[in-house]
Design a protein around this ligand. Structure first.
Ligand code: NAP
Ligand code: MG
Length: 477
């Protein structure tokens, strides 16, 4: 049993100002795995004030000092990788291989990337007699979701730190364990007091208090559309900057010249990774209409090959995060059936042989129309919909006919044709034939939000542009 009953404020582990705690449930067993502290408004105030005090000195540190700190965090993070991976498996059910692998590696990747960018980042640009300076914003509230918990924490914390900001992290209640260990890493690395603070607790209390606190200058939220809107409204009264990384319903387009079976199998397996709980998942698979039968065969086989079970074993898929998430996904599977989508794999209920734990069957609907709810709404579970298209223009039109605009995928044999389709997608991020890059800015348009994280563009989220007119450059020697 884990007991994480303290909050990290001003460089110390402190008791919350009241003694409320919450149970954490292991989604694979439905049993209580531990307890966490629940911070309140007074704790948020303490943390924000600590961050505000620390800003004066941290914002004035040199590039070299910040690089040294990030390198120290890197060393501590490396020591705790296995602990973080184990925490992720326990809190949100990612299989050990995935948790110890990609989940933990994403955090390490963002850290290494932040260090490289910080070495070169242009904090100042001289234009004529004007100096344009990129200054830290101030106190940042970082509110994160549970689905890729270490990715989301690190993709905010490191750029904020590197650009001279101080911060309060509000991790998700459902993934507080990995955040706790992350805060321990920060402490062990010697992050100066008040620069990084962490408050466990609920969104409605801790998240809301951060979004309204007058001394918070920026809120970065990764989460659902509903919460993103709520935070933007709460933050408006004190004119904070709000960076939103919200949901998606991204299209995965397989072009006619691609090896269809292979690509459909890849897209189906990809959808089931992390139990489908990925904001950028290619959850609408678009294939040439004339080849729907071939696609169905490939998707059915690929879904059947996805092993589901105890995440501490070598399965492809563990449970989904919670009972609430399980029920929501079941609701959508029923909606798909009721709408007349063709169920070709999975369906309602737990996979055979699993009677406990929030396990969902890898589910695929074919012959889906883009106006069906299962094609329009984010299900956030292992449910793929396959939609047929007539020609390239039709594929692009279907892909863009979405309230969301986070990601897109284009696979095909002709690189030029892929690039042309990718350019026409109205999303913030498109992966062509499996492209992946820690330096590529990640974020959405439309209801997927307005933020851009990852790499150098992630640094821009945390800086204010300041003009110093008449700041004449030093005369050339
Ligand atoms: P969520 O329910 O929106 O929660 C996100 C965070 O906001 C949690 O820490 C939550 O706290 C907090 N929160 C809830 N209500 C709040 C309020 N009124 N004020 C301030 N904070 C509040 O999202 P989730 O269920 O954790 O994650 C799934 C969603 O995240 C999906 O929609 C997914 O697409 C999206 N996502 C987007 C990206 C991206 O980069 N675009 C990446 C990953 C996930 P508690 O839950 O702890 O109470
Ligand atoms: Mg939620």
């Amino acid at each position: 049993m884990r007991e994480y009953l303290k909050l990290y404020i001003d460089g110390q582990w402190v008791s919350p100002s009241d003694s409320k705690t919450a149970e954490v449930i292991n989604p694979a067993t439905e049993e209580v795995s531990g307890r966490i502290a629940l911070g309140n408004v007074a704790d948020v105030d303490r943390a924000v004030k600590a961050a505000s005090r620390a800003f004066d000195s941290w914002s004035q540190t040199s590039r070299k000092q910040r690089i040294e700190l990030l390198e120290s965090i890197q060393a501590e993070y490396a020591k705790r990788k296995a602990d973080i991976g184990a925490a992720i498996t326990e809190e949100m059910g990612a299989p050990t291989g995935l948790a110890q692998g990609f989940h933990v590696d994403l955090g390490a990747g963002h850290l290494a990337t932040a260090i490289e960018i910080l070495k070169e980042f242009k904090f100042e640009e001289q234009r004529g007699a004007t100096l344009i300076s990129k200054d830290p914003i101030g106190v940042c509230a970082l509110i994160t979701p549970w689905n890729w918990p270490m990715n989301q924490v690190t993709v905010k914390v490191f750029p904020a730190l590197a650009t001279g900001n101080t911060m309060v992290l509000k991790p998700p209640q459902l993934a507080s364990y990995s955040a706790q260990i992350f805060a321990e890493v920060m402490h062990a690395a010697g992050v100066p007091k008040g620069v990084f603070n962490m408050i466990h607790g609920s969104g409605s209390v801790v998240g809301a208090a951060l979004s309204t606190h007058p001394q918070v200058d920026l809120v970065s939220i990764t989460g659902s559309e509903t919460v993103g809107i709520e935070i933007a409204k709460s933050a408006a009264n004190t004119v904070k900057r709000v960076c939103q990384e919200l949901g998606g319903k991204s299209a995965f387009i397989v072009l006619d010249d691609a090896k269809l079976a292979e690509n459909v199998a890849g897209a189906t397996g990809g959808m089931m990774v992390n139990s489908g709980q990925t904001c950028s998942a290619g959850s609408r698979l678009l294939v040439p209409k004339a080849r729907m039968a071939e696609a169905i065969e490939a998707a059915r086989a690929a879904a059947a090959a996805v092993t589901v079970g105890d995440p501490n074993t070598a399965v492809a898929m563990g449970p989904v995060v919670s009972k609430g998430q399980y029920n929501e996904i079941q609701k959508y599977i029923q909606i798909g059936i009721d709408e007349g989508a063709q169920l070709i794999a999975g369906g309602i209920g737990r996979p055979d042989g699993l009677s406990k734990g929030w396990f969902v069957k890898p589910t695929v609907f074919a012959n889906v129309r883009n106006d069906m709810r299962v094609a329009r709404e984010e299900i956030f579970g292992p449910v793929l919909v396959i939609i047929g298209y007539d020609n390239i223009d039709d594929a692009v039109a279907i892909a863009n006919d979405s309230d969301f605009g986070l990601a897109g995928y284009v696979n095909g044999a002709d690189a030029k044709a892929c690039n042309a389709v990718a350019k026409r997608l109205r999303t913030g991020w498109v992966s062509i034939n499996g492209g992946f890059d820690f330096n590529a800015p990640f974020g959405g348009i439309k209801k997927s939000g307005n933020g851009r994280e990852w790499g150098e563009f992630g640094f821009h989220e945390y800086v204010e542009i300041k003009s110093l007119l008449g700041f004449a450059p030093a005369p050339a020697a």
